[in-house]
Ligand binder design. Structure first.
Ligand SMILES: *Cc1c(COP(=O)(O)O)cnc(C)c1O
Length: 492
């Protein structure tokens, strides 16, 4: 029986349902299994399968205590009509390379792939006391909306999202403040994202508060953070789906190796590609793309991970990260599952702000992973180059990957797939600036301008926000956040 334990110790032996419900291990480590890769995903007929059928093949290996029936229910609810492409994550060819569009879900960012199904998983993890799980999140933009859209009206759950007042884009704010659903709560906070994030962390750490919530409202808190197993495993699916699409269109032969270029911050997206390789997908290299916050680039080059560096707020905000949490899982597997080593490294990170990985391990890591990064001018130039060369519009996060991909000479025998993580219409002002179009006026005017000049259409869920009714306009102080959570918990 496959069980989950922490990357930092072997004391736990949880089922995947328990790991999903718990989120993070008590010692701060991330949940992993030691059997990953023992059972492979069969790719013999994968080109004949739909996205949903591929999802079943992959998820039954990674979440073995879910029945096929449970998984099928979760999958059909998560990947249905709320997606505007029947392939869910379609491929688009640009020259010799491919772009996999991960943004066809309800909020137009790739986090939908995981956050549409996480609430379905949660619904199958109910405890005996039948308590309600309340998801609590501080967001700098994308995650909050994707979590709201996933958890809205999901059985046995509530969700409360805090965002820094005035620090998210007009579209992002409207995406959250107009969210439908009886179990959702959105509140702006006076302060910046770090203040809101720290306050959420201290609410999670307040055991007395947790006891009261459970006693008074039968509510337990949980996070929809990207380190949750339930957010990681759905992302493994689209790597297989990309391969299936290339087989179907006869661009590759079965068994042929491919490469993925992945814009990342927290290392979640690219880690899923590593899991796909361990499950048998023919992946030659995984190329990590960072923005100006290039802590991962330095790590792959020097073997030292050092977070003591300036933080840059860039035009690719969802990749502005200095602590790349999911890297810990890759290090665990690359260290031959050495929990002691991982514990030492993570202690070093906490205590000194840095850790150093042994040379033999780095050699093994470099055989599979490469890394590059793009500064903001390079991101703007890449948006322009991609449009000029292929008449294809990309967002600033995808553009980091595009820049890195173009720096590497391509090998005609190894097709490359760039993962596109957001619709350009989520960042219409930056994209218009890069393309030399009018970037004055509201975000909606920018969308219309982009649409007119590129002959593409804005996702209606984004364009329609201009006239959507606002449901949440509350602003609170940091000190008041706990009270807001309490109120939301007690609401029937
Ligand atoms: C979250 C996000 C990323 C980074 O994803 P990781 O999980 O950190 O790999 C990249 N692009 C967009 C648009 C995102 O929202």
């Amino acid at each position: 029986m496959t069980t989950f334990h922490s990357t930092r110790s072997t004391v736990d032996a949880l089922t995947s349902k328990q790991a999903i419900r718990k989120g993070i291990a008590d010692d701060g480590g991330l949940f992993i299994t030691d059997t990953l890769g023992e059972q492979q995903v069969n790719i013999d007929h994968i080109e004949k399968l739909s996205y949903q059928e591929i999802a079943l093949q992959v998820l039954r290996v990674l979440l073995p205590d879910f029945t096929d029936e449970e998984l099928t229910t979760c999958i059909s609810r998560a990947y249905g009509d709320q997606w505007d492409d029947e392939n869910i994550t379609p491929l688009h060819q640009i020259g010799d390379d491919y772009v996999m569009e991960l943004f066809h879900g309800p909020t137009s960012a790739f986090k939908d792939v995981a956050l549409q199904i996480l609430p379905q998983f949660m619904a199958h993890t109910k405890s005996e006391n039948n308590e309600t799980v309340m998801i609590l999140t501080a967001t700098s933009g994308d995650t909050g909306k994707a979590a709201l859209a996933g958890f809205a009206n999901a059985d046995g759950t509530k969700i409360t999202v805090f965002y820094p007042e005035g620090k998210v884009s007009q579209v992002q704010e409207l995406q959250m403040s107009t969210q439908q659903g009886d179990n959702v709560q959105v509140c702006a906070v006076r302060g910046n994202f770090d203040d809101a994030q720290s306050a959420v962390k201290s609410i999670f750490a307040d055991t007395e508060f947790a006891q009261n919530l459970r006693k008074n409202s039968n509510v337990v808190l949980s996070s929809a953070n990207s380190i949750n197993v339930g957010r990681l495993v759905p992302q493994v699916v689209y790597y297989f789906a990309a391969y299936a699409q290339l087989l179907r269109s006869q661009k590759i032969t079965r068994g042929q190796e491919v490469e993925f270029v992945v814009p990342t911050g927290n290392f979640g997206d690219v880690l899923a590609g590593y899991y796909a390789k361990l499950l048998g997908l023919p992946v030659k290299h995984l190329i990590v793309a960072s923005d100006k916050n290039n802590v991962l680039f330095d790590f792959f080059n020097t073997g030292t991970y050092n977070r003591k560096r300036p933080f840059f707020q860039t035009i690719s905000p969802s990749m502005d990260i200095l602590i790349s949490s999911n890297l810990e899982r890759m290090l665990y597997y690359m260290s031959d599952k050495d929990t002691r080593l991982i514990q030492i490294l993570m202690n070093d990170l906490q205590q000194w702000g840095a850790y150093e990985v042994p040379d033999v391990m780095m050699a093994r890591i470099r055989a599979l992973f490469a890394c590059g990064w793009a500064d903001e001018d390079q991101v703007r130039q890449s948006i322009k180059d991609c449009w000029d060369e292929y008449q294809y519009v990309i967002d600033p996060h995808t553009a980091c990957g595009y820049y890195v991909m173009k720096q590497i000479p391509s090998d005609p025998n190894t097709p490359r797939i760039l993962l596109s993580t957001a619709s350009p219409y989520k960042f219409p002002r930056v994209v218009n600036e890069a393309l030399g179009f009018d970037a004055q006026g509201t975000d909606f005017e920018c969308m219309d301008e982009l649409s007119k000049n590129t002959n593409t259409t804005a996702p209606s869920a984004l364009r329609d926000l201009e006239n959507a009714a606002i449901r949440f306009s509350k602003v609170c102080d940091i000190e008041n956040m706990e009270h807001i959570v309490e109120q939301a918990a007690s609401k029937a």
